[in-house]
Design a protein around this ligand. Structure first.
Ligand code: FAD
Length: 323
């Protein structure tokens, strides 16, 4: 790292700063090269403070929640990575509708559990969803017919140019597995969110959560992954198309297309990011040539990638916006 930038980082973050940290321990697929610098935010105010300082010294900054939807390059990430552990949750029963306020690093599964414990309904779908509230809003995460956009009332956003504001669901312009923050690559961070919940029958809530968890266990493979690689095209399932293309079980290096669910890539133990990318590219190209259907990624590539990789990935992403 450049000496001047290093000096600025030390001055801004002092003892909180960790240097040259491998990111594999911060992603669910257990892959990721080094971050030049890493910070752990324990509250939304600390997250806000870190981001403002990084913007002030003009160093690239990336916020990670659980790292469950990202493929980080083997070459790592330049600048500062902030791991978001701001996890406070509060339920306000006196509001109408009742609301759950959560810091953006709170796990969706914890938010769902706490809602259920207080006999509130609305987050049963998220009981077994990996990832944080911030990550869910960024990518409009969803399952079992629901998504975070159905619950979100407002998100507290710190924007580099527009400052700190509460953004409505409309402003976040959600669509299938995306939001304006993801599509437009805005220089903005989600600090906290207010979600809509409603009182419900505790037995029904618990039964639904158990049913959803069982369904996930039965249909999704265990092991280190990023969940679904591709979004489902209209009227089809990405996993079925990849399976019909004959790719179930295909391995490159230590990465494998799951024999249980073909839209999942598993790190069998020694995979690197390049192995996983090679499989993603193969899945995309094979489905296109066999069925004439383009698959668009749900996951994101992060860090220092070769130009050609970024070009093809960005082409997928661009198509995603215009389709
Ligand atoms: C086994 C498995 C099953 C899965 N099943 C599902 C499923 O059923 N449905 C589904 O939708 N997804 C699923 N996923 C994907 C993943 O769980 C979701 O996308 C999740 O919402 C990502 O949250 P995260 O905290 O891990 O985000 P990360 O992976 O850490 O980050 C994802 C992106 O969001 C950005 N981001 C994160 N936090 C913030 C913040 N506070 N402010 C601004 N930007 C932020 C990051 O910079 C990054 O660009 C699955 C993943 C796995 C591993």
């Amino acid at each position: 790292m450049d000496k001047l930038i290093h000096g600025k980082l030390i001055e801004a973050f002092n003892k909180c700063l960790q240097e040259n940290v491998r990111l594999e321990n911060y992603t669910t697929i257990r892959i990721g090269g080094c971050a030049d610098a890493l910070l752990i935010a324990h509250s939304s105010s600390e997250l806000e403070d870190f981001i403002k300082k990084a913007w002030q010294i003009n160093i690239p900054v990336l916020v990670l929640g659980s790292g469950s939807n990202v493929l980080i390059s083997d070459a790592g990430v330049h600048g500062v990575v902030i791991i978001n552990h701001a996890h406070n949750i509060k339920i306000n029963a006196h509001n109408f509708p009742a609301t759950l306020w959560a810091e953006s690093g709170a796990l969706m599964s914890k938010a769902a559990q706490q809602t259920a414990t207080r006999a509130y309904s609305g987050l049963e779908w998220a009981a077994s969803l990996p990832g944080t509230v911030g990550g869910a809003i960024f990518g409009n995460a969803g399952c079992f017919g629901q998504e975070i956009s159905c619950n979100l009332l407002t998100a507290e956003i710190l924007h580099r140019v527009k400052g700190k504001k509460h953004w409505s669901s409309e402003r976040l312009n959600f669509a299938y597995r995306t939001s304006s923050l993801k599509r437009e690559n805005e220089d903005a961070v989600i600090l906290s969110a207010l979600l809509k919940i409603e009182s419900g029958n505790p037995d029904t809530i618990i039964t639904t959560m158990k049913k959803n968890k069982n369904r996930r266990t039965k249909t999704q493979p265990p092991g280190a992954s990023m969940g679904s690689i591709f979004r489902n095209p209209k009227g089809a399932k990405a996993g079925r198309l990849i399976e019909a293309a004959g790719l179930k079980g295909k391995r490159i290096g230590g990465a494998e297309i799951s024999p249980m669910h073909a839209n999942f890539i598993i790190n069998t133990g020694r995979a690197n990011a390049q192995d996983v990318w090679a499989l993603i590219d193969l899945m995309h190209r094979t489905v296109l040539s066999k069925f004439g259907i383009k698959l668009y990624p749900e996951i994101q590539l992060i860090g220092d990638w070769d130009k050609e990789v970024l070009l093809s990935f960005n082409e997928f992403m661009f198509e995603q916006v215009t389709q």
